[in-house]
Design a protein around this ligand. Structure first.
Ligand code: ZN
Length: 375
């Protein structure tokens, strides 16, 4: 995923009540080499039917899942030009998306903004109502897309515009794109881990992905390859996760479920450089979590991911879900089931690890082996 495609940011029923009044400026041309733009315009303006349209109410919704990174409300919203009360973008919302891109919604009506700084919003969730606050000559939505490095994105593909559209369905020139939210790819977990498992490898090994991703946890966008792991336990219990043995800056993120959609982040560990990463969280029995190890600033490195807790992978009758949503038994669990004397789960690991595993198992007088390598 280079970027998350966008829906047109209003509700389905109102899509036809919006219409383009000024696209992004490309030296006097709009994206279709037409003239629906003005000098220096960095966003796409959509009219809403003038003052009567604004009074009827024109909803503005999130163009994709994201988090609110800036928000402002309370400005006068009947502006017809620039003045002391009518400057900038007036009432606005700024979202950051899972791909690190931003979307911006400006000139909204007074006290209509319904989200707060730091909120997670789903694609299509209400942000506010279109208005004419700020430096605006009449009611419209100023919609703008930015790259993680803050450069302006032309969302429309065309002869004078972008090579690739940023919309889920761009639609015709001089009309509005579709209001269909994109489907998000899963995190493509390389394996499923449970308590006592470790995984050793490189963050750019086969099975990794190279999305420019942002997990909703931190300011930084992770530009290196990332390796995704599913995790589940059959107990409600605290879980300790560590990433060690680093030669470069890898960070650790925890998300609910299996989506990498910037929609929620439960925890993160973002130590700088090659410092090890540690996190603890309270797992709910039967829930699937995503553990993501991602390179910061293009970083790639060997690492060992270790998960410490007491439970095991949930079995088929632990939850009421269908079989297809279950985590698969890990190789460790399978080895335990089939190898005589493999109580500590180390039968398939190298002899040295197997020996220390036995020692550990004796010391702990406990079942789980803490050393097992799943590749
Ligand atoms: Zn504008």
């Amino acid at each position: 995923m280079d970027f998350v495609p966008l829906r047109f940011p209003t509700v389905d029923e109102q899509r036809d009540l919006f219409y383009p009044t000024a696209y992004v400026d490309h030296a006097g041309d709009d994206w279709n080499c037409g003239s629906i733009t003005y000098d220096g315009h960095q966003g796409s303006d959509f009219g809403v039917g003038s003052w009567s349209g604004m009074e009827e109410g024109r909803e503005v919704v999130a163009a994709a899942n994201g988090i609110v990174v800036d928000v402002h409300d309370g400005e006068y919203d009947r502006c017809t030009g620039e003045s002391a009360d009518c400057s900038g973008y007036g009432n606005y919302v700024f979202l950051r998306h899972a791909d690190g891109r931003y979307s911006f919604y400006g000139h909204m009506s007074t006290d209509s903004v319904s989200v707060s700084l730091g909120d997670f919003v789903a694609c299509g969730e209400p942000l506010g109502m279109a208005g004419s606050s700020g430096h605006s000559t009449g009611p419209h939505l100023h919609f703008e897309v930015r790259e993680p490095d803050w450069s302006v994105v032309e969302p429309f593909a065309g002869r004078c515009g972008a090579d690739q559209t940023s919309w889920n369905e761009q639609g015709e020139y001089d009309s509005t794109p579709a209001t269909t939210c994109p489907s998000y790819p899963g995190c493509e977990a390389v394996t499923t881990l449970s308590c006592g498992d470790t995984w050793t490898g490189r963050s750019d090994d086969p099975g990794s992905t190279d999305n420019i991703a942002w997990y909703g946890c931190t300011e930084g966008t992770e530009e290196g390859n990332e390796m995704s792991f599913a995790f589940a336990t059959d107990r409600d219990e605290p879980v300790r996760v560590s990433v060690t043995g680093l030669g470069d800056d890898l960070d650790l993120f925890l998300m609910p479920g299996t989506a990498c959609d910037g929609q929620a982040c439960l925890a993160s560990s973002v130590e700088s450089n090659a410092a090890p990463e540690h996190m603890e969280f309270d797992a709910t029995a039967g829930e699937i979590y995503t553990l993501m190890v991602d390179g910061y600033g293009g970083g790639a490195s060997a690492f060992t991911l270790a998960v410490e807790c007491e439970g095991a992978l949930p079995q088929a009758d632990d939850t009421g879900e269908s079989d297809s949503s279950k985590p698969r038994p890990s190789p460790r669990a399978q080895a335990e089931a089939t190898t005589p004397g493999a109580d500590c789960g180390c039968a398939s690991t190298p002899r040295r690890a197997w020996t220390s595993c036995l020692v550990l198992a004796i010391l702990r007088r406990a079942r789980p082996c803490r050393i097992s390598t799943i590749r």
